[in-house]
Each structure stands twice: as C-alpha cells, then as structure tokens.
Design a protein around this ligand. Structure first.
Ligand code: FE
Ligand code: FE
Length: 190
C-alpha cells in the first residue's frame, strides 16, 4: 500500500490529534534513521502506523485482541489501551499490507520496548516519546538530544522516567517496561 492510501485509511481510524502525532513520529523516526544508519523508509512506515489501532474504544481493543488470538498479559487485561501496540501490528499486517517483520515488531513494542530491541524498534520507541507535538515533560530537551547522539542512553532515560511516572499513578507496574529497563540498565555501553 502506498503512503497516500495508508494516510487516507488512517485518517478515518484515528482522530486529528492522533493523526498529527503519527506524522510527527513518522518524520522524527525518519531523521533518527538517517543519523543512526537505519532504513529510512521502514522507519517512516512504522512511525506512521504505530498508533493505527489506538482509536478503538477500550473494550473493543480487548475483544479484538482476543478474537485475533493475540497474547494478552494480565497488565493488558487491566489496561486494554496498552493493547493498541500489538493490535496495531496486527492491523498493519492485515489492513495496511505491511509484511516486513521488522516494521511490524517496531509497531508491536512501541509502548513498552522489550529486551534486546532492534535499531528500528528503539527508533520508534524513542520517536513516539519525543516527536515535536509532545508536551514538554520532564527532561524532554535532554532526551531529544540523546535521541540523536546516544540512542541506548536515551532508551534508558525514557524507561526510567516512564517507570517513575507509572509508579506514581497506578499501583500496577507494567512488567514489560520494567523488563526492558532492567535489560538496558545492565547492558548499557556494551
Ligand atoms: Fe502508542
Ligand atoms: Fe504514539
């Protein structure tokens, strides 16, 4: 599917603000791919589609994930909006004809990351957090610099801030985010 077709479909699935955010992730991911030597077109595609399932009502996310046989963690069962990443990868494959596994994985893990991420996965994870439409939350200037200068450091910085924020607001810690953080804190600089 070409970009024009993807965009006209995507626009009917997510609201204007979310669509702007998706464009922001697309071009931020493209720039990061240029700096870090990743495939620019894959970065654009994954960035553009990463939130394609986010517009579904919360209940439907759970229903669709069950219907399509996706693995659902206890955390996701309690917070079905988290499923938009896995569901997004599913829709990218079956509604937007994306067959590239690297692109699908980057969409699938964009919210929590995972241990041992590919370069493209890291780029989408970071681009989602720093794209220009995002609010200037804590450490944002510094994180944006790190995104282009030290990608692993940037990933750890984002995970750390996410975990601090999560532990303040919900009693339930996202297990995968914690796993990713532990992995990158231990393996930094290798
Ligand atoms: Fe998302
Ligand atoms: Fe997003």
């Amino acid at each position: 599917m070409n970009r024009e077709k993807i965009i006209s479909r995507l626009k009917t699935k997510i609201n204007d603000k979310r669509f702007e955010h998706s464009l922001g992730v697309e071009y931020t991911a493209a720039c990061m791919a240029m700096v870090h030597g990743a495939d620019v077109e894959k970065a654009r595609l994954a960035g553009l589609l990463h939130d394609c399932a986010k517009g579904l009502p919360t209940k439907e996310k759970l229903e669709k994930a069950r219907r399509h046989g996706l693995a659902i963690s206890k955390y996701e069962e309690k917070n079905p909006d988290m499923l938009h990443a896995k569901l997004g990868a599913h829709y990218a494959r079956y509604k937007y004809d994306v067959t590239d596994q690297e692109v699908l994985d980057a969409i699938c893990y964009h919210t929590t990351g995972r241990p041992n991420m590919s370069l493209l996965e890291k780029i989408i994870f970071v681009a989602d957090y720093i794209e220009p439409n995002r609010k200037m939350i804590r450490d944002m200037e510094q994180i944006r610099v790190e995104a282009f200068t030290d990608l692993d450091k940037c990933v750890v910085h984002i995970l750390k801030n996410t975990l601090v924020y999560l532990s303040d607001t919900v009693d339930d810690m996202d297990y995968m985010t914690q796993m990713t953080y532990n992995y990158y804190v231990t393996n930094q600089g290798e």
